[in-house]
Design a protein around this ligand. Sequence first.
Ligand SMILES: C[S@@+](CC[C@H](N)C(=O)[O-])C[C@H]1O[C@@H](n2cnc3c(N)ncnc32)[C@H](O)[C@@H]1O
Length: 451
Amino acid sequence: MTALPERFVQRIKQMIGEQEAAAFLASYTGSAAHGLRLNPAKVPLDEFIVKMPFSLTPVSWCPLGFYYHEKDRPGKHPYHAAGLYYIQEPSAMAVVEALKPEPGDIVLDLCAAPGGKSTHISSYLGNSGLLVANEIHPTRVKVLSENLERWGARNILVVNETPERMAERFRGFFDKIVVDAPCSGEGMFRKLPEACDDWSEEKIGHCAFMQADILESASIMLKPGGVMVYSTCTFSEEENEWQIERFLLSHPEFSLEPVAQGECFFERGKLANTYRLWPHKLSGEGHFLARLRKSASTGERSEKPGAGKVKPIPAATRKLFEAFCRETLTFIPEGQYALFGEQLYLLADGLPSLKGLKIARAGWHMGTVKKDRFEPSHALALALKPGEWKRNVNFSTDSDEVYRYLKGESLFVQKTGKGWDVVTVDGYPLGWGKLVQGQLKNHYPKGLRWV
Ligand SMILES: C[S@@+](CC[C@H](N)C(=O)[O-])C[C@H]1O[C@@H](n2cnc3c(N)ncnc32)[C@H](O)[C@@H]1O
């Protein structure tokens, strides 16, 4: 059982009373719930249920979410490398369900790494609208970017900025925003007992200040009439109900809205229309969420941060890329292309000017343009759908080859000709291989290789 900080236990007793605290503390003798969320852009739900070699049971508040048994280790399955699902704590799935993004929305995930909420938002947008996923920490933004790449998200902008800098650029720009705030993490004590060592009351105060600043920036970036969901994975009222109460006092243009899943499955918070997910009341860890709408009649104008001028790509680059597409794919992706150094991107639609922003990914990364050749990127393979490639080497999920491919080995295959092949597992893209005289040279990215 997790050894909880004494002062934390006292605070919980003060908050919910001795009797309920006993049930709460008893939940720490059990193990954390394990969840995964399917990627509907890669695998339809009925196909997923049939093909997954794990025992799955649905998460009531998320149609894409499932519990799995710890022994199944889905993170070690090739389907994970193919982006068919994202491993996510079940309570965390409630946040984007409360936001309800719709195709065509322009959505910001302001504190986005490692990408749980961003991948979920992307599933609701499909390839329409725009997802801007921002993460302040430069190392964490890399993980976010990789997770969105594996997810096959095309219409994305991944940014590495502070909320304040984002607010300077994106005033009144977003239809919807998630603020999944950095917090004292009390709700994760069962899943990550080491988080207890990092806990203190001072940390709660520090987080509350930080969250107030982040909310302030988020409020500036929301369009009049837009919706924002604030969430934490902690229990302290300072970071939850009190935070929202204070925000509403200084922002009369915002009001709380009920959340359908909240009414059905969660406990009401101490502030009307806020919700608590308690580990002793559902199968999941501790969470808080609130859905806020900005009045449509704030008098503010929604501003587009001027579409940036994009330098057309050189004719020679286009020629190289189109030759690659004709040989390898069944289509040439349409849209606006941009070169960042040697890196070729198909820019996300509706993108503002990126000047001065720290960008990790500006859309769908197509590949690297060398002097006389084009090398496709991992992101290109992972966002392809069946029917979009001409050349393919497929391995079955129970073959040795698929594991050898993921480890970075070159493989001999029964195939003639030469060129780039999309390597798939049971038909789902995993990466690239380059065929030369029956040998498939491995282009699975070095940093992702299995050991
Ligand atoms: C709860 S985590 C986000 C989890 C993520 N939304 C997901 O679902 O995978 C909070 C994030 O906020 C970031 N963060 C920390 N300090 C911040 C600040 N001052 N402003 C904005 N983000 C911050 C952290 O690096 C962390 O990635």
